[in-house]
Design a protein around this ligand. Sequence first.
Ligand code: ATP
Length: 370
Amino acid sequence: MAFISLRNINKIYPNGFHAVHNFNLDIEKGEFVVFVGPSGCGKSTTLRMIAGLEDISDGEFLLNGVRANEQGPRERGIAMVFQSYALYPQMTVFDNIAFGLTLQGVDEDEIDRRVRNTARILGLTDYLDRLPRALSGGQRQRVAIGRAIIRKVNIFLMDEPLSNLDAKQRVTMRYEIAQIHKETGATTVYVTHDQTEAMTLADRIVVMKDGYIQQVGTPYELYYKPVNVFVAGFIGEPPMNFVRGTLEKGCMTFGENKLDLTNWRSGVNEWEGRNVVLGFRPEAISLKEIPNALKVDSFVELTELLGDNSNIYVKSGENTAILKVDSHDTPEMDAPLTFWIPMDSVYLFDGETEKALGVDFEGKNETSVA
Ligand code: ATP
């Protein structure tokens, strides 16, 4: 039996807006699950329904197999960290972390022990006497997390907890959240619109769009086996390149190039004459000739050196693509460039439904298709 079960959950707001559609998900004890998707796709609404902060319009929410739709946040044993960490400015770090326990009337020695243990996990031991204004953004966010994890809760919910931090702090805190999860083993549901955060933190990711689940899977599965164009384009940075066209005599057109896909996978001839979308990841290409690959002649419009790698913006006819190469191999701008796409890194999607072609998702319970 799953620890948390969401069965056919729907959210219709009082103004009639249907924000979440038939959301189905089982979460195991100790799992770190991330909801990811563009702004407005229903991530926070779903999280708030799990928290008990938002009514569930339809469907069933189960905790340990028992219906919990009617339970309030406290009964559910949930702690939540929000985007804005709203610490009490006049209280020390110690008192901020201890606040919930003090309210509950927990014994002082017990509070002291638990605050110090929480501070140790979060690396805040040296800051316990400080006021929040004397902390960095990352340290403040850690205090907010401390305030949540000090309570003995079953489920830990986080809604974009890193969005107020700068890029560098986000990377550090990401690592720290992973460490905290390792140490506490708390079942965690985490909301973000940042696919890197999702990929690095999650045991499993739920990709959402327009209130619908698109795919549920491990980061590996979502990267290598996206079920549709949306997931393929959302996971990965820079995003996957897409070429739209018709499969004619087993070939697709990329600008001046004819890409022969007859050897792609058995059954490719079934899509002859159909509109398809060909996808390949920027990092999957080779600048040297390799066997069993599609050769593409292109023209370099722009190069961006990012450190260990470079993004190369290429064009052929009307088609454009981004390539990610080792920065030592950065080609000249405004010059021709030939690259190869390994056949086993080529994705094909149905041009109408945008669903992946030639991928067998049956019998894989960890991956569900919308
Ligand atoms: P973000 O990343 O921007 O926070 P999200 O994926 O978390 O987005 P939600 O906040 O869950 O999205 O909102 C989902 C949809 O529901 C949005 O279109 C939003 O405008 C709508 N919505 C949210 N709250 C309400 C409300 N109280 N009444 C009506 N519609 C709402």
